[in-house]
Write a protein that binds this ligand. Structure first.
Ligand code: SAT
Ligand code: MN
Length: 590
Protein backbone atom coordinates (compact mmCIF):
# COMPACT_ATOMS: atom_id res chain seq x y z
CA UNK A 1 0.00 0.00 0.00
CA UNK A 2 1.32 3.42 -0.92
CA UNK A 3 1.19 5.77 2.08
CA UNK A 4 -0.14 8.41 -0.26
CA UNK A 5 -3.34 6.41 -0.72
CA UNK A 6 -4.07 6.59 2.99
CA UNK A 7 -4.82 10.26 2.59
CA UNK A 8 -8.51 10.41 1.81
CA UNK A 9 -9.21 12.24 -1.40
CA UNK A 10 -12.68 13.42 -0.57
CA UNK A 11 -13.21 13.73 3.15
CA UNK A 12 -11.51 15.62 5.94
CA UNK A 13 -13.44 13.72 8.58
CA UNK A 14 -10.76 12.26 10.82
CA UNK A 15 -13.19 9.73 12.32
CA UNK A 16 -13.42 8.26 8.86
CA UNK A 17 -9.76 8.50 7.91
CA UNK A 18 -8.52 7.07 11.19
CA UNK A 19 -10.83 4.09 10.99
CA UNK A 20 -9.93 3.42 7.35
CA UNK A 21 -6.26 3.62 8.29
CA UNK A 22 -6.70 1.15 11.14
CA UNK A 23 -8.55 -1.30 8.91
CA UNK A 24 -5.98 -0.88 6.14
CA UNK A 25 -3.17 -1.65 8.56
CA UNK A 26 -5.10 -4.76 9.56
CA UNK A 27 -6.10 -6.02 6.10
CA UNK A 28 -2.91 -4.87 4.31
CA UNK A 29 -4.37 -4.14 0.86
CA UNK A 30 -1.96 -3.31 -1.96
CA UNK A 31 -4.04 -0.23 -2.75
CA UNK A 32 -6.80 1.87 -1.25
CA UNK A 33 -9.43 3.23 -3.62
CA UNK A 34 -11.58 6.07 -2.24
CA UNK A 35 -14.87 5.95 -4.14
CA UNK A 36 -16.50 9.28 -4.97
CA UNK A 37 -19.58 8.02 -6.79
CA UNK A 38 -18.88 9.78 -10.11
CA UNK A 39 -19.83 8.42 -13.53
CA UNK A 40 -16.19 8.35 -14.55
CA UNK A 41 -15.39 6.20 -11.58
CA UNK A 42 -18.19 3.80 -12.49
CA UNK A 43 -16.77 3.44 -15.99
CA UNK A 44 -13.26 2.89 -14.70
CA UNK A 45 -14.34 0.26 -12.17
CA UNK A 46 -16.62 -1.50 -14.64
CA UNK A 47 -13.76 -1.81 -17.17
CA UNK A 48 -11.52 -3.16 -14.47
CA UNK A 49 -14.16 -5.68 -13.37
CA UNK A 50 -14.51 -6.87 -16.97
CA UNK A 51 -10.72 -7.12 -17.39
CA UNK A 52 -10.48 -9.20 -14.24
CA UNK A 53 -13.34 -11.49 -15.29
CA UNK A 54 -15.53 -10.43 -12.36
CA UNK A 55 -18.13 -9.09 -14.80
CA UNK A 56 -19.04 -10.15 -18.32
CA UNK A 57 -20.32 -7.43 -20.61
CA UNK A 58 -23.78 -8.40 -21.90
CA UNK A 59 -25.17 -7.73 -25.37
CA UNK A 60 -25.11 -3.92 -25.43
CA UNK A 61 -27.70 -3.67 -28.23
CA UNK A 62 -30.24 -5.58 -26.18
CA UNK A 63 -29.12 -4.62 -22.69
CA UNK A 64 -27.22 -1.31 -22.72
CA UNK A 65 -25.05 -0.78 -19.67
CA UNK A 66 -25.78 -4.30 -18.37
CA UNK A 67 -23.24 -6.74 -16.97
CA UNK A 68 -23.22 -10.29 -15.70
CA UNK A 69 -21.64 -11.92 -12.69
CA UNK A 70 -21.38 -15.53 -11.57
CA UNK A 71 -20.87 -16.09 -7.88
CA UNK A 72 -19.07 -19.04 -6.39
CA UNK A 73 -21.61 -21.95 -6.41
CA UNK A 74 -21.10 -22.30 -2.66
CA UNK A 75 -22.16 -18.68 -2.18
CA UNK A 76 -25.61 -18.05 -3.67
CA UNK A 77 -27.87 -16.85 -0.85
CA UNK A 78 -27.92 -15.38 2.62
CA UNK A 79 -26.66 -17.82 5.22
CA UNK A 80 -28.52 -17.48 8.49
CA UNK A 81 -26.35 -19.95 10.38
CA UNK A 82 -23.33 -17.71 9.73
CA UNK A 83 -25.15 -14.51 10.75
CA UNK A 84 -24.44 -13.24 14.25
CA UNK A 85 -25.77 -10.51 16.50
CA UNK A 86 -22.99 -9.58 18.89
CA UNK A 87 -24.64 -7.71 21.74
CA UNK A 88 -23.12 -7.55 25.21
CA UNK A 89 -25.44 -10.28 26.47
CA UNK A 90 -27.07 -13.26 24.79
CA UNK A 91 -30.49 -12.11 26.05
CA UNK A 92 -30.27 -8.88 24.06
CA UNK A 93 -29.88 -10.88 20.85
CA UNK A 94 -32.63 -13.27 21.91
CA UNK A 95 -33.32 -16.91 21.11
CA UNK A 96 -33.96 -16.42 17.37
CA UNK A 97 -30.52 -14.95 16.60
CA UNK A 98 -27.07 -16.52 16.67
CA UNK A 99 -25.13 -14.73 19.33
CA UNK A 100 -21.46 -14.31 20.13
CA UNK A 101 -19.75 -12.05 22.66
CA UNK A 102 -18.48 -8.93 20.86
CA UNK A 103 -14.88 -9.21 22.12
CA UNK A 104 -14.67 -12.83 21.08
CA UNK A 105 -16.14 -12.17 17.63
CA UNK A 106 -13.93 -9.11 17.03
CA UNK A 107 -10.90 -11.21 17.97
CA UNK A 108 -11.89 -14.04 15.65
CA UNK A 109 -12.79 -11.83 12.69
CA UNK A 110 -9.87 -9.42 13.01
CA UNK A 111 -7.76 -12.57 13.06
CA UNK A 112 -9.29 -13.66 9.74
CA UNK A 113 -8.93 -10.14 8.31
CA UNK A 114 -5.24 -9.91 9.18
CA UNK A 115 -3.46 -9.49 5.84
CA UNK A 116 -6.63 -10.62 4.03
CA UNK A 117 -6.38 -7.94 1.34
CA UNK A 118 -2.78 -8.56 0.35
CA UNK A 119 -2.59 -8.44 -3.43
CA UNK A 120 -6.01 -6.76 -3.51
CA UNK A 121 -7.48 -3.28 -3.43
CA UNK A 122 -9.52 -1.97 -0.51
CA UNK A 123 -12.42 0.11 -1.76
CA UNK A 124 -13.81 2.77 0.56
CA UNK A 125 -17.53 3.15 -0.19
CA UNK A 126 -19.32 6.09 1.47
CA UNK A 127 -23.10 5.75 1.13
CA UNK A 128 -26.42 7.01 2.38
CA UNK A 129 -29.36 4.89 3.41
CA UNK A 130 -32.26 7.24 2.76
CA UNK A 131 -32.91 10.39 0.73
CA UNK A 132 -30.31 13.15 0.77
CA UNK A 133 -31.00 15.53 3.62
CA UNK A 134 -33.60 13.42 5.38
CA UNK A 135 -33.44 13.41 9.18
CA UNK A 136 -34.10 9.66 8.95
CA UNK A 137 -31.16 8.98 6.64
CA UNK A 138 -28.09 7.15 7.96
CA UNK A 139 -24.52 7.27 6.71
CA UNK A 140 -22.51 4.13 6.18
CA UNK A 141 -19.00 3.44 5.03
CA UNK A 142 -18.23 0.01 3.66
CA UNK A 143 -14.68 -1.19 3.14
CA UNK A 144 -14.52 -4.10 0.74
CA UNK A 145 -12.08 -5.99 -1.44
CA UNK A 146 -14.81 -6.83 -3.95
CA UNK A 147 -15.24 -4.62 -6.99
CA UNK A 148 -18.61 -6.38 -7.54
CA UNK A 149 -19.75 -5.09 -4.16
CA UNK A 150 -18.71 -1.54 -5.09
CA UNK A 151 -20.67 -1.63 -8.33
CA UNK A 152 -23.73 -3.11 -6.63
CA UNK A 153 -23.62 -0.65 -3.72
CA UNK A 154 -23.49 2.13 -6.31
CA UNK A 155 -26.86 0.99 -7.60
CA UNK A 156 -28.43 0.03 -4.29
CA UNK A 157 -27.56 3.18 -2.33
CA UNK A 158 -26.89 6.87 -2.79
CA UNK A 159 -23.16 6.33 -2.98
CA UNK A 160 -20.23 8.72 -3.09
CA UNK A 161 -19.36 12.18 -1.85
CA UNK A 162 -23.01 12.94 -0.94
CA UNK A 163 -22.45 10.68 2.05
CA UNK A 164 -19.43 12.67 3.27
CA UNK A 165 -21.44 15.86 2.78
CA UNK A 166 -24.28 14.55 4.94
CA UNK A 167 -21.82 13.21 7.53
CA UNK A 168 -19.83 16.44 7.99
CA UNK A 169 -17.37 15.97 10.83
CA UNK A 170 -19.64 13.64 12.78
CA UNK A 171 -18.54 10.23 13.99
CA UNK A 172 -22.05 8.86 13.62
CA UNK A 173 -21.69 6.46 10.71
CA UNK A 174 -21.97 2.72 10.26
CA UNK A 175 -18.62 0.99 9.96
CA UNK A 176 -18.78 -1.95 7.60
CA UNK A 177 -15.80 -4.15 6.82
CA UNK A 178 -16.10 -6.81 4.15
CA UNK A 179 -13.44 -9.17 2.92
CA UNK A 180 -14.05 -12.18 0.69
CA UNK A 181 -11.10 -14.26 1.89
CA UNK A 182 -11.27 -17.40 -0.27
CA UNK A 183 -15.11 -17.50 -0.23
CA UNK A 184 -15.03 -20.56 1.96
CA UNK A 185 -18.33 -21.44 3.70
CA UNK A 186 -16.37 -22.73 6.70
CA UNK A 187 -14.96 -19.27 7.31
CA UNK A 188 -18.11 -17.28 6.54
CA UNK A 189 -19.35 -14.83 9.15
CA UNK A 190 -21.76 -11.94 8.90
CA UNK A 191 -21.39 -10.32 12.29
CA UNK A 192 -23.27 -7.30 13.62
CA UNK A 193 -22.17 -5.22 16.58
CA UNK A 194 -25.27 -3.07 17.11
CA UNK A 195 -23.85 -1.21 20.10
CA UNK A 196 -20.89 -0.08 17.97
CA UNK A 197 -22.90 0.47 14.76
CA UNK A 198 -20.41 -1.91 13.14
CA UNK A 199 -20.65 -4.84 10.72
CA UNK A 200 -17.94 -7.31 9.74
CA UNK A 201 -18.60 -9.73 6.90
CA UNK A 202 -16.03 -12.30 5.80
CA UNK A 203 -15.93 -15.29 3.48
CA UNK A 204 -18.86 -14.42 1.20
CA UNK A 205 -19.33 -12.28 -1.88
CA UNK A 206 -23.09 -12.57 -2.31
CA UNK A 207 -26.06 -10.23 -1.90
CA UNK A 208 -27.42 -9.72 1.56
CA UNK A 209 -24.19 -11.10 3.06
CA UNK A 210 -22.02 -8.36 1.58
CA UNK A 211 -24.06 -5.38 0.38
CA UNK A 212 -23.83 -4.15 3.92
CA UNK A 213 -26.25 -1.23 3.55
CA UNK A 214 -29.14 -3.58 2.86
CA UNK A 215 -30.06 -6.27 5.37
CA UNK A 216 -27.13 -5.68 7.72
CA UNK A 217 -27.47 -1.90 8.21
CA UNK A 218 -30.99 -1.10 7.04
CA UNK A 219 -32.59 -3.97 8.94
CA UNK A 220 -30.42 -5.60 11.61
CA UNK A 221 -28.56 -2.54 12.86
CA UNK A 222 -31.50 -0.34 11.80
CA UNK A 223 -34.02 -2.24 13.91
CA UNK A 224 -31.69 -1.97 16.90
CA UNK A 225 -31.28 1.79 16.39
CA UNK A 226 -34.99 2.19 15.71
CA UNK A 227 -35.85 0.76 19.09
CA UNK A 228 -33.39 3.12 20.76
CA UNK A 229 -34.53 6.15 18.76
CA UNK A 230 -38.28 5.44 18.53
CA UNK A 231 -38.64 4.49 14.90
CA UNK A 232 -39.11 1.24 12.98
CA UNK A 233 -36.87 -0.55 10.46
CA UNK A 234 -39.02 -3.05 8.60
CA UNK A 235 -38.74 -5.62 5.81
CA UNK A 236 -41.50 -3.87 3.84
CA UNK A 237 -42.21 -2.54 0.40
CA UNK A 238 -43.80 0.90 0.18
CA UNK A 239 -46.29 1.83 -2.53
CA UNK A 240 -48.49 4.77 -3.40
CA UNK A 241 -51.98 3.90 -4.63
CA UNK A 242 -53.48 6.68 -6.76
CA UNK A 243 -57.20 6.64 -7.44
CA UNK A 244 -58.81 8.00 -10.62
CA UNK A 245 -59.53 11.29 -8.80
CA UNK A 246 -55.88 11.65 -7.75
CA UNK A 247 -56.25 10.60 -4.12
CA UNK A 248 -53.00 9.00 -2.94
CA UNK A 249 -52.86 6.34 -0.25
CA UNK A 250 -49.54 4.90 0.89
CA UNK A 251 -49.28 1.28 1.90
CA UNK A 252 -46.39 -0.71 3.40
CA UNK A 253 -46.28 -4.49 3.17
CA UNK A 254 -44.09 -7.13 4.78
CA UNK A 255 -43.53 -10.42 2.96
CA UNK A 256 -40.56 -12.76 3.50
CA UNK A 257 -37.73 -12.79 0.94
CA UNK A 258 -38.72 -14.06 -2.53
CA UNK A 259 -42.48 -13.88 -1.85
CA UNK A 260 -43.26 -11.16 -4.38
CA UNK A 261 -42.57 -7.81 -2.67
CA UNK A 262 -40.90 -6.47 -5.81
CA UNK A 263 -43.80 -7.61 -8.02
CA UNK A 264 -46.45 -6.16 -5.69
CA UNK A 265 -44.63 -2.84 -5.32
CA UNK A 266 -44.60 -2.39 -9.12
CA UNK A 267 -48.11 -3.67 -9.80
CA UNK A 268 -49.96 -2.43 -12.88
CA UNK A 269 -53.74 -2.46 -12.25
CA UNK A 270 -55.90 -4.64 -14.53
CA UNK A 271 -57.90 -2.90 -17.26
CA UNK A 272 -61.08 -2.81 -15.14
CA UNK A 273 -59.24 -0.37 -12.87
CA UNK A 274 -58.88 2.43 -15.37
CA UNK A 275 -57.41 5.54 -13.87
CA UNK A 276 -55.84 3.74 -10.91
CA UNK A 277 -52.07 3.91 -10.65
CA UNK A 278 -49.47 2.30 -8.41
CA UNK A 279 -46.27 4.17 -7.62
CA UNK A 280 -43.27 2.34 -6.18
CA UNK A 281 -41.56 3.99 -3.23
CA UNK A 282 -39.58 0.90 -2.24
CA UNK A 283 -39.57 -2.85 -2.84
CA UNK A 284 -37.84 -4.27 0.23
CA UNK A 285 -37.18 -2.02 3.20
CA UNK A 286 -39.11 0.71 5.02
CA UNK A 287 -37.88 3.02 7.75
CA UNK A 288 -40.88 4.49 9.53
CA UNK A 289 -41.17 7.25 12.07
CA UNK A 290 -44.11 9.15 13.58
CA UNK A 291 -44.46 12.58 11.99
CA UNK A 292 -45.51 15.87 13.62
CA UNK A 293 -49.06 15.43 12.27
CA UNK A 294 -49.51 12.16 14.18
CA UNK A 295 -49.16 9.89 11.17
CA UNK A 296 -46.49 7.28 10.53
CA UNK A 297 -44.06 8.38 7.81
CA UNK A 298 -41.93 5.99 5.76
CA UNK A 299 -38.82 6.33 3.63
CA UNK A 300 -37.18 3.75 1.42
CA UNK A 301 -33.53 3.75 2.52
CA UNK A 302 -32.41 2.11 -0.74
CA UNK A 303 -31.87 3.45 -4.25
CA UNK A 304 -32.13 0.25 -6.26
CA UNK A 305 -33.72 -3.16 -6.48
CA UNK A 306 -31.96 -6.43 -5.72
CA UNK A 307 -34.75 -8.58 -7.10
CA UNK A 308 -35.23 -12.28 -7.79
CA UNK A 309 -34.96 -12.93 -11.55
CA UNK A 310 -36.73 -16.32 -12.00
CA UNK A 311 -40.45 -15.82 -12.53
CA UNK A 312 -40.01 -12.17 -13.55
CA UNK A 313 -41.73 -11.61 -16.91
CA UNK A 314 -44.11 -9.28 -18.73
CA UNK A 315 -47.10 -10.82 -16.93
CA UNK A 316 -45.74 -11.01 -13.39
CA UNK A 317 -43.96 -7.65 -13.47
CA UNK A 318 -43.79 -5.55 -16.65
CA UNK A 319 -42.33 -2.57 -14.78
CA UNK A 320 -39.46 -4.68 -13.48
CA UNK A 321 -38.82 -5.99 -17.00
CA UNK A 322 -38.49 -2.38 -18.19
CA UNK A 323 -36.38 -1.46 -15.18
CA UNK A 324 -33.80 -4.16 -15.89
CA UNK A 325 -33.30 -3.39 -19.58
CA UNK A 326 -30.34 -1.14 -18.87
CA UNK A 327 -27.64 -0.33 -16.32
CA UNK A 328 -28.34 -3.57 -14.48
CA UNK A 329 -26.03 -6.18 -12.98
CA UNK A 330 -27.32 -9.72 -13.33
CA UNK A 331 -26.05 -12.39 -10.94
CA UNK A 332 -26.32 -16.16 -11.48
CA UNK A 333 -28.90 -16.08 -14.29
CA UNK A 334 -28.29 -18.05 -17.53
CA UNK A 335 -26.75 -16.64 -20.72
CA UNK A 336 -27.83 -17.03 -24.34
CA UNK A 337 -25.19 -17.48 -27.08
CA UNK A 338 -25.59 -13.79 -28.04
CA UNK A 339 -25.03 -12.68 -24.43
CA UNK A 340 -28.60 -11.97 -23.50
CA UNK A 341 -29.89 -13.15 -20.11
CA UNK A 342 -32.39 -15.91 -19.42
CA UNK A 343 -34.09 -17.47 -16.43
CA UNK A 344 -36.89 -19.90 -15.72
CA UNK A 345 -40.17 -18.07 -16.19
CA UNK A 346 -38.85 -15.43 -18.60
CA UNK A 347 -41.11 -14.51 -21.54
CA UNK A 348 -40.85 -16.40 -24.82
CA UNK A 349 -39.77 -19.91 -25.72
CA UNK A 350 -37.00 -21.66 -23.83
CA UNK A 351 -33.81 -21.10 -25.84
CA UNK A 352 -32.37 -24.32 -27.29
CA UNK A 353 -28.87 -23.56 -26.01
CA UNK A 354 -27.74 -21.68 -22.95
CA UNK A 355 -24.83 -21.38 -20.59
CA UNK A 356 -26.15 -22.03 -17.10
CA UNK A 357 -25.39 -20.05 -13.96
CA UNK A 358 -22.39 -22.25 -13.23
CA UNK A 359 -20.92 -21.66 -16.70
CA UNK A 360 -21.84 -25.08 -18.12
CA UNK A 361 -23.62 -25.75 -21.42
CA UNK A 362 -27.37 -26.17 -20.90
CA UNK A 363 -30.23 -27.42 -23.09
CA UNK A 364 -33.96 -27.80 -22.32
CA UNK A 365 -33.24 -31.49 -21.58
CA UNK A 366 -30.86 -30.61 -18.76
CA UNK A 367 -32.04 -31.74 -15.35
CA UNK A 368 -30.81 -28.71 -13.46
CA UNK A 369 -32.15 -25.18 -13.63
CA UNK A 370 -30.40 -22.84 -16.03
CA UNK A 371 -30.62 -19.88 -13.66
CA UNK A 372 -30.11 -20.28 -9.94
CA UNK A 373 -33.52 -20.03 -8.17
CA UNK A 374 -32.11 -17.11 -6.14
CA UNK A 375 -30.46 -15.42 -9.15
CA UNK A 376 -30.87 -11.66 -8.98
CA UNK A 377 -30.87 -8.38 -10.83
CA UNK A 378 -29.43 -5.21 -9.32
CA UNK A 379 -31.14 -2.26 -10.99
CA UNK A 380 -31.37 1.48 -10.24
CA UNK A 381 -34.80 2.56 -8.99
CA UNK A 382 -34.74 5.51 -11.39
CA UNK A 383 -35.22 3.02 -14.27
CA UNK A 384 -38.64 2.07 -12.88
CA UNK A 385 -41.43 3.65 -14.99
CA UNK A 386 -43.65 3.60 -11.89
CA UNK A 387 -41.15 5.19 -9.50
CA UNK A 388 -42.94 7.44 -7.00
CA UNK A 389 -41.67 11.00 -7.19
CA UNK A 390 -41.77 11.13 -3.38
CA UNK A 391 -38.91 8.63 -3.27
CA UNK A 392 -36.38 11.44 -2.77
CA UNK A 393 -38.60 13.39 -0.37
CA UNK A 394 -36.71 13.76 2.93
CA UNK A 395 -40.05 13.64 4.82
CA UNK A 396 -41.14 10.30 3.42
CA UNK A 397 -44.76 9.32 2.81
CA UNK A 398 -47.61 8.89 5.36
CA UNK A 399 -48.59 5.23 5.70
CA UNK A 400 -52.31 4.41 5.88
CA UNK A 401 -52.11 0.60 5.79
CA UNK A 402 -49.64 -2.08 6.77
CA UNK A 403 -50.01 -5.51 5.18
CA UNK A 404 -48.53 -8.75 6.46
CA UNK A 405 -48.32 -11.67 4.06
CA UNK A 406 -46.66 -15.04 3.81
CA UNK A 407 -46.51 -17.89 1.36
CA UNK A 408 -49.11 -20.34 2.69
CA UNK A 409 -50.76 -23.17 0.75
CA UNK A 410 -53.57 -23.48 3.29
CA UNK A 411 -55.31 -21.93 6.32
CA UNK A 412 -54.64 -18.22 5.77
CA UNK A 413 -57.37 -16.38 3.82
CA UNK A 414 -56.65 -14.14 0.87
CA UNK A 415 -57.46 -10.99 2.84
CA UNK A 416 -58.66 -9.83 6.24
CA UNK A 417 -58.29 -6.70 8.31
CA UNK A 418 -57.22 -6.93 11.92
CA UNK A 419 -59.41 -5.38 14.61
CA UNK A 420 -56.83 -2.88 15.86
CA UNK A 421 -53.09 -2.21 16.23
CA UNK A 422 -52.47 -4.77 19.00
CA UNK A 423 -54.35 -7.44 17.08
CA UNK A 424 -52.37 -6.43 13.98
CA UNK A 425 -49.11 -6.83 15.88
CA UNK A 426 -50.26 -10.29 16.95
CA UNK A 427 -51.05 -11.25 13.35
CA UNK A 428 -47.63 -9.96 12.22
CA UNK A 429 -45.90 -11.71 15.09
CA UNK A 430 -47.46 -15.08 14.26
CA UNK A 431 -46.92 -14.87 10.51
CA UNK A 432 -45.68 -18.07 8.90
CA UNK A 433 -44.27 -18.70 5.47
CA UNK A 434 -42.89 -21.51 3.36
CA UNK A 435 -39.14 -21.17 2.98
CA UNK A 436 -37.75 -19.98 -0.37
CA UNK A 437 -34.39 -20.07 -2.12
CA UNK A 438 -33.46 -16.65 -0.74
CA UNK A 439 -31.81 -18.29 2.24
CA UNK A 440 -29.95 -21.54 2.55
CA UNK A 441 -32.34 -24.12 4.09
CA UNK A 442 -35.24 -26.49 3.43
CA UNK A 443 -37.41 -24.99 0.72
CA UNK A 444 -41.17 -25.28 1.21
CA UNK A 445 -41.23 -25.90 4.94
CA UNK A 446 -43.46 -23.49 6.90
CA UNK A 447 -41.61 -21.52 9.50
CA UNK A 448 -42.74 -18.67 11.69
CA UNK A 449 -41.33 -15.46 10.31
CA UNK A 450 -42.69 -12.61 12.44
CA UNK A 451 -43.21 -9.47 10.36
CA UNK A 452 -40.89 -11.18 7.79
CA UNK A 453 -38.11 -10.07 10.14
CA UNK A 454 -36.94 -13.37 11.63
CA UNK A 455 -33.61 -13.29 9.75
CA UNK A 456 -33.29 -9.51 10.03
CA UNK A 457 -34.14 -8.42 13.57
CA UNK A 458 -30.98 -7.13 15.26
CA UNK A 459 -32.15 -7.82 18.82
CA UNK A 460 -34.47 -9.95 20.89
CA UNK A 461 -37.66 -10.69 18.93
CA UNK A 462 -39.75 -10.47 22.11
CA UNK A 463 -38.46 -6.94 22.71
CA UNK A 464 -39.15 -6.19 19.06
CA UNK A 465 -42.83 -7.04 19.59
CA UNK A 466 -42.85 -4.79 22.65
CA UNK A 467 -41.37 -2.01 20.53
CA UNK A 468 -44.17 -2.45 17.99
CA UNK A 469 -46.77 -2.24 20.77
CA UNK A 470 -45.12 0.83 22.31
CA UNK A 471 -44.94 2.66 18.99
CA UNK A 472 -48.75 2.82 19.05
CA UNK A 473 -48.46 5.45 21.79
CA UNK A 474 -46.45 7.73 19.50
CA UNK A 475 -48.72 7.42 16.48
CA UNK A 476 -51.96 9.35 16.80
CA UNK A 477 -53.36 8.01 13.53
CA UNK A 478 -51.94 4.48 13.26
CA UNK A 479 -52.07 2.65 9.94
CA UNK A 480 -54.71 -0.08 9.72
CA UNK A 481 -53.19 -3.55 9.64
CA UNK A 482 -54.18 -6.28 7.16
CA UNK A 483 -53.23 -9.89 6.41
CA UNK A 484 -52.99 -11.25 2.87
CA UNK A 485 -52.06 -14.60 1.36
CA UNK A 486 -51.71 -14.79 -2.43
CA UNK A 487 -50.54 -18.39 -2.28
CA UNK A 488 -53.49 -20.45 -0.96
CA UNK A 489 -54.13 -23.61 -2.97
CA UNK A 490 -57.07 -25.93 -3.57
CA UNK A 491 -57.07 -29.70 -2.90
CA UNK A 492 -55.43 -30.32 -6.24
CA UNK A 493 -52.59 -27.95 -5.57
CA UNK A 494 -53.79 -25.09 -7.80
CA UNK A 495 -53.59 -21.50 -6.64
CA UNK A 496 -57.01 -20.17 -5.64
CA UNK A 497 -56.20 -16.57 -6.47
CA UNK A 498 -54.71 -15.44 -9.81
CA UNK A 499 -52.39 -12.96 -8.09
CA UNK A 500 -50.12 -10.42 -9.83
CA UNK A 501 -52.17 -7.67 -11.48
CA UNK A 502 -55.37 -8.99 -9.87
CA UNK A 503 -53.94 -8.22 -6.43
CA UNK A 504 -55.14 -4.70 -7.22
CA UNK A 505 -58.62 -5.86 -6.21
CA UNK A 506 -57.40 -6.69 -2.73
CA UNK A 507 -55.46 -3.46 -2.58
CA UNK A 508 -58.48 -1.41 -3.57
CA UNK A 509 -60.50 -2.92 -0.72
CA UNK A 510 -57.65 -2.08 1.66
CA UNK A 511 -57.58 1.51 0.42
CA UNK A 512 -61.37 1.79 0.69
CA UNK A 513 -61.18 0.53 4.26
CA UNK A 514 -58.50 3.09 5.08
CA UNK A 515 -60.81 5.86 3.90
CA UNK A 516 -63.86 4.39 5.66
CA UNK A 517 -65.60 3.92 2.32
CA UNK A 518 -66.94 0.44 2.85
CA UNK A 519 -68.30 -1.74 5.61
CA UNK A 520 -66.90 -5.18 6.35
CA UNK A 521 -68.00 -8.43 7.82
CA UNK A 522 -66.72 -9.62 11.18
CA UNK A 523 -65.19 -13.10 11.47
CA UNK A 524 -63.11 -14.79 14.20
CA UNK A 525 -59.95 -13.68 12.37
CA UNK A 526 -60.91 -10.10 11.67
CA UNK A 527 -62.87 -8.04 9.15
CA UNK A 528 -63.37 -9.50 5.68
CA UNK A 529 -64.84 -7.89 2.55
CA UNK A 530 -68.55 -8.05 1.90
CA UNK A 531 -69.23 -9.43 -1.57
CA UNK A 532 -70.65 -6.09 -2.76
CA UNK A 533 -67.54 -4.17 -1.70
CA UNK A 534 -64.99 -6.42 -3.38
CA UNK A 535 -64.53 -5.60 -7.05
CA UNK A 536 -64.62 -8.78 -9.15
CA UNK A 537 -65.65 -7.15 -12.43
CA UNK A 538 -64.13 -9.10 -15.29
CA UNK A 539 -63.15 -11.93 -12.95
CA UNK A 540 -66.64 -13.30 -12.30
CA UNK A 541 -65.71 -16.91 -13.11
CA UNK A 542 -63.31 -16.75 -10.16
CA UNK A 543 -66.02 -16.04 -7.58
CA UNK A 544 -66.26 -19.57 -6.20
CA UNK A 545 -62.48 -19.76 -5.92
CA UNK A 546 -62.47 -16.42 -4.14
CA UNK A 547 -64.90 -17.83 -1.61
CA UNK A 548 -62.66 -20.85 -1.17
CA UNK A 549 -59.65 -18.55 -0.75
CA UNK A 550 -61.54 -16.71 1.99
CA UNK A 551 -62.67 -19.81 3.85
CA UNK A 552 -61.87 -20.07 7.55
CA UNK A 553 -61.45 -23.73 8.40
CA UNK A 554 -61.71 -24.09 12.18
CA UNK A 555 -59.77 -27.36 12.30
CA UNK A 556 -56.92 -25.83 10.32
CA UNK A 557 -56.97 -22.82 12.60
CA UNK A 558 -56.71 -24.95 15.73
CA UNK A 559 -53.59 -26.52 14.26
CA UNK A 560 -52.33 -23.08 13.26
CA UNK A 561 -52.62 -21.70 16.79
CA UNK A 562 -50.78 -24.73 18.17
CA UNK A 563 -48.02 -24.35 15.61
CA UNK A 564 -47.72 -20.63 16.45
CA UNK A 565 -47.03 -21.64 20.02
CA UNK A 566 -43.68 -23.07 19.06
CA UNK A 567 -42.32 -19.57 18.50
CA UNK A 568 -44.18 -18.09 21.47
CA UNK A 569 -42.72 -20.72 23.80
CA UNK A 570 -39.24 -20.02 22.45
CA UNK A 571 -39.71 -16.30 23.14
CA UNK A 572 -41.77 -16.75 26.30
CA UNK A 573 -39.54 -14.92 28.82
CA UNK A 574 -39.63 -11.73 26.72
CA UNK A 575 -42.99 -12.10 25.05
CA UNK A 576 -45.28 -9.13 25.77
CA UNK A 577 -48.38 -10.25 27.68
CA UNK A 578 -50.60 -8.44 25.17
CA UNK A 579 -49.76 -11.06 22.57
CA UNK A 580 -50.65 -13.91 24.89
CA UNK A 581 -54.01 -12.22 25.53
CA UNK A 582 -54.52 -11.82 21.81
CA UNK A 583 -53.94 -15.53 21.39
CA UNK A 584 -56.56 -16.24 24.04
CA UNK A 585 -59.03 -13.91 22.35
CA UNK A 586 -58.47 -15.60 19.01
CA UNK A 587 -59.06 -19.04 20.51
CA UNK A 588 -62.23 -17.78 22.19
CA UNK A 589 -63.50 -16.36 18.89
CA UNK A 590 -62.70 -19.57 17.03
O1 SAT B 1 -29.81 -11.40 -0.34
S1 SAT B 1 -30.76 -10.42 0.22
O2 SAT B 1 -30.83 -10.58 1.66
O3 SAT B 1 -30.32 -9.07 -0.08
C1 SAT B 1 -32.29 -10.63 -0.47
C2 SAT B 1 -33.27 -11.22 0.46
O4 SAT B 1 -33.06 -12.33 0.95
O5 SAT B 1 -34.31 -10.57 0.74
MN1 MN C 1 -35.76 -8.73 1.31
Amino acid sequence: MKTLELAAQNTQNSNVTQWVEEMAILCKPDHIFWCNGSDMEKEELTCEAVDKGVLIQLNQQKLPGCYYHRSNPNDVARVEQCTFICTQTREEAGPTNNWAAPEEMYRKLYGLCEGSMQGRTMYVIPYLMGPIGSPMTKVGIELTDSIYVVLNMRIMTRMGNVAYEQLGDSKDFNRGLHTMLDVNPDRRYIAHFPQDNTIISVGSAYGGNVLLGKKCLALRIGSFLGRKEQWMAEHMLIMGVESPVGEKTYVAAAFPSACGKTNFSMLIPPKQFQGWKIWTVGDDIAWMKPGPDGRLYAINPEAGYFGVAPGTNMTSNPNAMKTIQRDTIYTNVALTPDLDVWWEGKDGPVPPKLTDWKGNPWTPDSKEKAAHPNSRFTAPMHNNPALAKEVDDPQGVPISAIIFGGRRASTIPLIYQTFNWIHGVYVGATMGSEMTAAAAGTIGQVRRDPMAMLPFCGYNMGDYFTHWLKMRKHIKYPPKIFSVNWFRKDDRGHFLWPGFTENMRVLKWIVDRCHGRCAAQETPLGWVPKAEDFDMEGLEDHLSKLNEAQEIDLEEWKREVISQDELFIKLYPDLPRELIFQRELLIARL
